[in-house]
Design a protein around this ligand. Structure first.
Ligand code: ADP
Ligand code: MG
Ligand code: MG
Length: 247
């Protein structure tokens, strides 16, 4: 479903991704772990098409389609969702406006009829409810004044409404208390654990993987995937650290 080959990318003229290869099949959850500054967030941004992240080599295909040739909104319409490590606040745009516009823009690009206001609200309330986010927060400007945990839950509400095929979730567990961690983990399973979907879960900790069991675990270090294994690799990292495992 996602095939990345020898991907190279620079930020501000500095090479961050240095020949990264990765393949994710439909139905799989892959965890990406790695030291600070390894390039994990950069990988998400490059796949999402963020400005300033320049691809200098390699390829990335989603369902055989060249992701890197598409505009960010086209990548989203093709089924890609990026959950941010640091969700952005958007003053003046309510959550409901933002999500309805995002969803319907994607539906138009896919030649699907837009959702009516009523149908959209029903779906948005159901998602907020499932993720333990007060439905009143849907009316507030996107993430403005939200706590760290509320922002992360809101990312998952967005994911539930958008219903993507491939989700890249960047440290979605950071800033969550234990109860929120469980709710978010269950949300990821409910929304994304399906035979036609896949998840790239960027995380530093085993605790999220206790809820969202990965099929494959990778270590990203120095801009490349340097180790790939099963769930036991995450446990080994927790015990021995990167230095221990990579030595
Ligand atoms: P990770 O998410 O694995 O902690 P990042 O992808 O955020 O790592 O960063 C990888 C490297 O790229 C770091 O050395 C970081 O300082 C650098 N980097 C990331 N974004 C920028 C930027 N906008 N400008 C300059 N350097 C950046
Ligand atoms: Mg980091
Ligand atoms: Mg990061």
């Amino acid at each position: 479903m996602l095939k990345i080959e020898d991907l190279r990318a620079e930020v501000d003229g500095k090479e961050i991704l240095k020949g990264l290869s990765l393949e994710v099949k439909a139905g799989e959850v892959h965890a990406i772990m790695g030291p600070n500054g390894a390039g994990k967030s950069t990988l998400g941004y490059v796949l999402g098409g963020r400005d300033g992240y320049e691809v200098t080599g390699g390829t990335a295909h989603l369902d055989g389609v060249d992701l890197l040739a598409m505009e960010p909104y086209e990548r989203a319409a093709a089924g890609l969702f990026l959950g941010f490590q640091y969700p952005v606040e958007i003053p003046g745009v309510s959550n409901v406006q933002f999500l309805r516009e995002a969803l319907n823009a994607q539906r138009r690009l896919r030649d699907e009829a837009p959702l009516s206001g009523g149908d959209f609200l029903k779906r948005a309330r159901a998602e907020a409810d499932a993720l333990g986010l007060d439905a009143e927060m849907l009316k507030r400007p996107v993430n403005v004044g939200f706590s760290g945990g509320e922002k992360k839950r809101n990312e998952m509400v967005q994911m539930g409404i958008i219903d993507p095929r491939l989700a890249i979730l960047d440290e979605t567990d950071s800033g969550l208390d234990i109860d929120a961690l469980r709710v978010v983990g269950e949300g990821i399973n409910r929304i994304m654990r399906r035979p036609d979907k896949a998840v790239l879960l960027i995380t530093h900790y085993q605790r999220l993987l206790d809820y969202v069991a990965p099929d494959v675990v990778h270590v990203l270090a120095g801009g490349r995937i340097v180790r790939t294994g099963g769930p036991e690799l995450a446990h080994a990292l927790e015990r021995e650290g990167y230095q221990g495992v990579l030595a």
